[in-house]
Ligand binder design. Structure first.
Ligand code: ATP
Ligand code: MG
Length: 395
């Protein structure tokens, strides 16, 4: 009997007007992820079916587990929609299964099939009871649930439905720039944004020689982990040293972090515009550090009108760490290399900065021309799961 992987879309199907768009995006996403596995994929409005080579099933399922937009999936036997064939297949399937109790559930989406769903479940249940000893029906907690989906040309029979990652397919809900430090929070924020179908590019501020190349490599490694969930990730590396040194020299020490972050937002906004994105995403979490009080966020956010999305803003650190471990970024994030915030962090950063004070202090810095220069010198690389491709591209 031939088997196929059956994909169920879940949340996508609630988007009536855009259903085709979401389904096609998911189709492209799956096709792309499985391009090296000789699969054939076909789809209808509620399901996708993947024909596969049995030898490659485990590897294919590993990939499926990393694709957003899949609500549930199963590995189903695919047979012709004839009563005879369904009966024969059921008998073969139950021979392979070990169970004491069972239940049959039929879904008949092809109304030309001559027997109604409930009737057919009863019929198949009777057939199973006749052909296997010491078993009985349990409709509440069966050991074995036999699902029979009768569709137009084919019928699909499966026992276990697995949960997919959920979310929306890649690149379905616009593009944003994620501020990616080497820390724990921002990769999790990036992952959650990808989950909502946002196409992300990353921006990383480095202050060589105050920060090391290892710190940069850490961010590249994080991008590799994140690109498992996308095709690839563009990383914009910002030479931040000059501006950071200026801030350090010319700003009251308690305001250094606030103003540094205002500068980061200004630069990120420029990159958002150049890359035709629509929002900034970062890993700020309310209350975690001085720059993440609501008053600080207000003072920092004040330099841009763009939406700033903070996917982890209301999660506890432990909840963020749980996700970081799940997506395998945690071990990279805790490597000890300094990032530019930690290098310049003052003893007593202000927790309730005043916007006018920020503006006053910023008058001492010729930041507009420095930022212009920085933008020209941003280095952009494209990163895939297994490699880093140098990218010759001016922003
Ligand atoms: P993370 O764990 O993500 O580093 P954090 O708790 O250390 O976050 P901050 O250092 O205050 O918090 O940074 C808050 C957010 O600002 C980060 O989550 C990230 O989105 C962004 N950010 C901070 N430093 C950088 C950097 N060097 N490059 C890019 N983004 C940065
Ligand atoms: Mg940090």
């Amino acid at each position: 009997m031939e088997r196929v992987i059956m994909i169920k879309y879940g949340e996508l199907t609630t988007k009536k007007g855009n259903r085709n768009f979401f389904v096609n995006s998911l189709y492209k996403s799956i096709l792309n992820k499985l391009k090296n596995y000789d699969v054939i994929i076909y789809k209808d409005l509620s399901r996708m079916y993947i024909e596969f080579d049995e030898k490659k099933l485990n590897d294919i399922l590993k990939k499926i587990n990393k694709i957003f937009g899949i609500h549930k999936y199963n590995v189903a036997y695919k047979i012709n929609s004839s009563i005879d064939e369904i009966e024969k297949s059921i008998l073969e399937i139950i021979k392979k299964e070990d169970f004491n109790t069972f239940k049959v559930e039929t879904k008949r989406s092809d109304k030309n099939f001559p027997i109604e769903s409930i009737e057919f479940s009863k019929h198949i249940g009777g057939l199973i009871l006749k052909n296997k000893n010491n078993i009985k029906v349990d409709v509440h907690k069966p050991d074995l649930l036999l699902n029979i989906e009768i569709r137009k040309n084919y019928t699909y029979i499966y026992t276990t439905d697995y949960s997919g990652l959920g979310g929306y397919p890649n690149n379905t809900l616009g593009k944003a720039i994620v501020m990616l430090s080497g820390g724990i929070d921002s990769p999790v924020a990036a992952y959650l944004a990808i989950k909502r179908g946002i196409h992300i590019e990353a921006i990383y501020f480095e202050s060589i020689p105050h920060t090391s190349l290892e710190a940069r490599n850490k961010v590249i490694e994080l991008c590799k982990k994140l690109s498992i969930y996308t095709n690839n990730i563009k990383l914009h590396i910002v030479p931040f040293t000059k501006l950071q040194e200026e801030i350090y020299k010319k700003v009251d020490s308690e305001y250094v972090i606030t103003i540094m972050r205002r500068m980061m937002y200004r630069i990120t906004e420029k990159v958002v515009q150049k890359r035709k994105a629509e929002a900034i995403i970062n890993g700020e979490s309310v209350g975690q550090v001085a720059s993440q009080t609501l008053t600080s966020m207000k003072a920092i956010n004040n330099v841009t009108n763009l939406p700033v999305i903070r996917p982890v803003s209301c999660l506890d650190k432990l909840e963020i760490i749980d996700i970081a471990k799940k997506i395998d970024t945690y071990d990279i994030s805790i490597l000890p290399y300094e990032d530019c915030c930690t290098v310049f962090v003052p003893k007593h950063p202000i927790i309730n900065p005043n916007i006018n004070s920020c503006i006053e202090m910023e008058k001492n810095i010729d930041y507009e021309s420095i930022i212009k220069d920085i933008i020209i010198n941003i280095e952009t690389i494209t990163i895939t799961e297994n490699e880093k491709i140098e990218f010759e591209e001016l922003l």
